[in-house]
Design a protein around this ligand. Structure first.
Ligand SMILES: O=c1[nH]cnc2c1ncn2[C@H]1C[C@H](O)[C@@H](CO)O1
Length: 399
């Protein structure tokens, strides 16, 4: 039996502020503790088996200590000098709107953006953190433009112009991920994000996907605030057309805070092969039925959905439960663990405690995740074999 007894709140390291702890555990019935990258002991891990993660933002998964270290080295003033203080200004303590949630990135992105060593370091540390969570394959996403300070217009985060281009950023992330893979013995690939409010960047993004498709980059994404930009701009559409033409895999954030029409557009116009979040799909019964039939993959993120305000009712009524009952194709993911102050285990615990997820379902959804990942066929088969062996399953997948 791999699902251990769950506890109302996981053990809190000395770093966890009591105030934050009580707010989080009371607001989030999942009882997620404050992670600050604290590690769970084996008995606290809900599904202690190899896992796949397909939806996590690199820039939403940076260690607090790294932000502090880089700020110090670069002489950048922050309104915090300890991890606790920094957590206090970055992490969410109660449900926000998606718009206000996305504003949180502005608190720290200027620290790492434009800095070679920092970008490589966050990618490397990311792999270490995922390995510790029991993830054996991860697809991590980011916007190369949001980490650059050259050949990007406008230059993000009020940085001064510099020399680090979006292309340099992709190379640095690839290096960090590759070194992390070697050190921590897991597999990590990346997805490059177009941003909904920055259509001018999108053709660049697809070109970078093409250039680095065999060097670590596996897909294109469209991220950002769909509640403000419900319809993809023509530039996004052109970029996705080019992705289709060149066989670049495609995922799109849709139906998180925006309506089901955003999901419909993602599938029908942008030709998305996976949907980031997708909870609002359920508001359009015909669309949901169609996507179920075609085994569309939904990248769901329970804790994120609550704190971004994408889902503002109880976890016990969450659309993910419908996905589970309908045996839909979906993965379980963290999204932005830095801002959410969560770990993948916290999402699994939330699903187990409040949504009735069983060990069998955890295995099934991880198999679905492997089947829907963007690796080439041969590597996908190897991944599936690894999972089947670890889970003690007979391989029946037709893949
Ligand atoms: O949950 C999200 N929905 C939409 N966009 C998001 C979410 N989390 C992060 N992002 C944005 C902000 C990041 O800077 C960007 C690239 O990772 O993607």
């Amino acid at each position: 039996m791999y699902i251990s007894a769950t506890r109302a709140a996981i053990g809190l390291s000395g770093l966890r502020a009591p105030l934050l702890r009580s707010v989080c555990t009371s607001r989030l019935p999942g009882g997620r503790g404050l992670s600050m990258m604290a590690e769970n002991t084996p008995e606290e891990v809900v599904f202690n088996q190899p896992k796949i993660e397909l939806h996590v933002h690199l820039d939403g998964a940076i260690r607090l200590q790294t932000i502090l270290d880089v700020a110090k080295r670069r002489n950048i003033k922050l309104q915090a000098s300890t991890k606790e203080e920094l957590a206090g200004i970055i992490t969410l303590q109660e449900p926000f709107t998606l718009t206000r949630f996305l504003d949180k990135f502005a608190v720290y992105m200027h620290v790492v953006a434009g800095d070679r060593a920092a970008i490589k370091r966050i990618a490397y540390e990311f792999v270490e953190d995922k390995a510790k969570e029991g993830v054996i394959y991860v697809e991590v996403r980011y916007s190369p433009h949001l980490l650059a300070n050259a050949k990007v217009h406008p230059i993000p985060w009020n940085q001064k112009g510099g020399e680090l281009t979006p292309d340099d950023v992709v190379q640095l992330v690839n290096e960090g991920l590759r070194e992390g893979e070697r050190a921590f013995k897991i597999k990590a690939r990346s997805i490059l994000c177009c941003m909904r409010h920055m259509p001018k960047w999108s053709m660049d993004v697809v070109e970078l996907c093409k250039k680095y498709r065999n060097k670590g980059v596996v897909a294109i994404d469209l991220a950002g605030d769909e509640s403000l930009n419900c319809e993809a701009y023509p530039e996004h559409r052109k970029a996705y057309e080019e992705a289709v033409r060149c066989g670049i895999h495609r995922t799109v954030h849709a139906g998180e805070a925006g309506p089901a029409s955003v999901v419909r557009e993602a599938v029908e116009v942008l030709k998305a092969e996976r949907i980031g979040h997708g909870y609002r799909t359920l508001d359009d019964k015909a669309l949901y039925k169609k996507l179920l039939a075609q085994k569309m993959h939904f990248e769901v993120c329970p804790i994120s959905s609550k704190l971004t305000g994408a889902w503002n009712l109880e976890f016990t009524e969450h659309p993910i439960i419908t996905f589970m009952k309908d045996k839909a194709n979906y993965s379980l993911n963290t999204d932005d663990p830095l801002i959410l102050n969560s770990t993948l285990n916290d999402d699994y615990r939330t699903a187990h405690t409040h949504m009735g997820f069983t060990e069998e379902e955890f295995k099934r959804l991880n198999i679905c995740s492997a089947e829907s990942c963007f690796l080439p066929d041969k590597e996908k088969r190897e991944l599936l074999n690894t999972l089947h062996a670890a889970y003690g399953l007979i391989q029946t997948t037709a893949f």
